[in-house]
Write a protein that binds this ligand. Sequence first.
Ligand SMILES: *Cc1c(COP(=O)(O)O)cnc(C)c1O
Length: 376
Amino acid sequence: MRPLQMVDTKTQYNKIKTEVDAAVIAVLESSQFIGGKVVADFATHLADYNGVKHAIPCANGTDALQIAMMALDLQPGDEVITPSFTYIATVEAAAILKLKPVFVEVDKQTFCIDPEAIEKAITPKTKAIVPVHLYGHAADMEKIMAIAAKHNLHVIEDNAQAIGCNYTFSDGSVKKTGGIAHIGTTSFYPSKNLGAYGDGGAMFTNDDMLSEKLKKIAAHGQGARYYHDIVGCNSRLDAVQAAILDIKLQHLDEYILARRKAADFYDKAFANHTKITTPFRAAYNDHVFHQYTLVLNGVDRDALSAFLAEQKIPSMIYYPVPCHKQKMFESFGGSSYDLPVTDWLTERVISLPIHTELDEEQQSYIVKNVLGFANR
Ligand SMILES: *Cc1c(COP(=O)(O)O)cnc(C)c1O
């Protein structure tokens, strides 16, 4: 059996090595390391894939969120509603700009922001909602967009974990996550479903004016060369990463199917277990399984994790501390929140290895050990 890893980027690379190596060498030989045709082509292909008018590459997924908030002209003190149960970057981007993160509950089944909790948290200062498609499962975007329309709010979808996820609306129309809200953001961190071999990120929008603004902010607020219209930052996807991503994008749907197949295998193995809840899949979306995350009930999580580690099976807790309890957000009133669902999940979730290269032998071994421990 091949050694187990949370993500196996090496085996995945070996399968596309010839293509990737040639593309990287072509960039090196061109000496066009920043911008140029390779980056522009990737942006076009990415926009087409995601079903949006514009994809604007940038340096990473955290920048993408920050630039999105800047492009929407959010001002210090403006309230931004986000889940607390997410990776820190979602909320950090707001805090950097001195916006006020307002933490709300997630749905116990989908792990994504609870639309009803959003409505209750809206005040005259609320300017935006940032739903996160956690672990590759879409937030309930139809409801969220309706709430936003009713209250005249902006929506930024944090799609870092769900690129390629299809969302079906009640009228039967289908859109890809990241392409539903006013702006979508994503990350190409190596372990993400569309991972670079370094850092990278992108923003999506169907709005021509917003697209221009996002581009401008990511390039020092520059309009004409050396004429800077607005305060921006420096956030670029380099050409080597764009060349690699352009190849991997062609494999993304096949990668998603491999992840889903691995999830199906786990689902079947853990079905109807009294102490283990497998990931929920809302009918409105096609889960892309960035993570495969179980909820444990009556199993000692730390002991399970230690036991698995002894059997050379990695596991992870995403995330052991919700944002509202992070020291970083103390000054934003983090400790004043009461989010029982978030706390409950934080204490019980555990993620098992899931990636495009997982085989049945590996999965059987993982399942056997998880069940062996849970059934003790
Ligand atoms: C990875 C991730 C980010 C940040 O992306 P980086 O490229 O690491 O900056 C933001 N939000 C979520 C939900 C993520 O998983």
